[in-house]
Design a protein around this ligand. Sequence first.
Ligand code: C5P
Length: 292
Amino acid sequence: MPAKLNLHLTVGPRGEDGYHELATVFHAVGLYDELTASVDDELSVTVHGEGADTVPLDGGNLAVRAVELLAAETGNDPGVSLHLDKRIPVAGGCAGGSADAAAALVACATLWDAELSREDLAVLGARLGSDVPFALHGGTALGTGRGEQLTPVLGHGSYAWVLALADGGLSTPAVYGELDRQRAVGPPAVAGDPAGTLAALRTGDPVALGRALSNDLQEPAFALRPALRRVVLTGRELGALGGVVSGSGPTVALLARSPEHATALAAALAAEDLCRSVRVAEGPVPGARVVG
Ligand code: C5P
């Protein structure tokens, strides 16, 4: 299951339920976590790869919660052993936990022969986290509500991304909290509506898309992690068509002109020593899938 970027993210005011109304353009890119699931006596999870030592192995793990939820909904025994091979940065703004939950839903629905459509799984997924429905959906989609109400975005072509991974994660509630704090003391920096991003995607124009990248959570993420501003600015100086913090960060997405340009840009950025590591990935790609 793939990582997600937010190509556009407008955050409205905080609602009474504590969540903010969003208008966001999700985009799934080819940086994948892999989940293996097999029937076992008990529900357990093991984790290898990117940030494995920081991933919870109990009910704090969204994949574990997904198995419990689906088991309760379908009347199956939740005894499943899960193994996660992680490449998506943990708490990185790329919805890695949501991708793992989406994969657990798809895998267990298959294991248990549950007659559930992707729509049914998305409704369950929304109870686990706002980004889980998109992790099932994949591609490029407009997300509204908490981000769980999806409309597919039809577009042309594919895009070459460079992802700058940071040391450590950022807490999503902390970044939303910083946005509320900034808005309480000054004029809000608002990303506006996603029309420019959608128009760029429709025509498949990477230059226009690079210019349109925007995220209301970027300034709050910069406030909590000042080094990120340098990553975005340096990426642009090195020739990226645009750069933006993904979701609540700290991963920064830089748009390249082509896959070859992405490779060169990634090498140049890595040489600047501003981030922990650098990846290249193409998007859009499909959502969580069973592969064998
Ligand atoms: O839905 P999810 O569990 O991913 O959300 C994590 C946290 O992010 C929420 O508890 C809330 O603080 C914040 N959030 C928000 N508005 C949204 C989505 C998330 O304030 N639309």
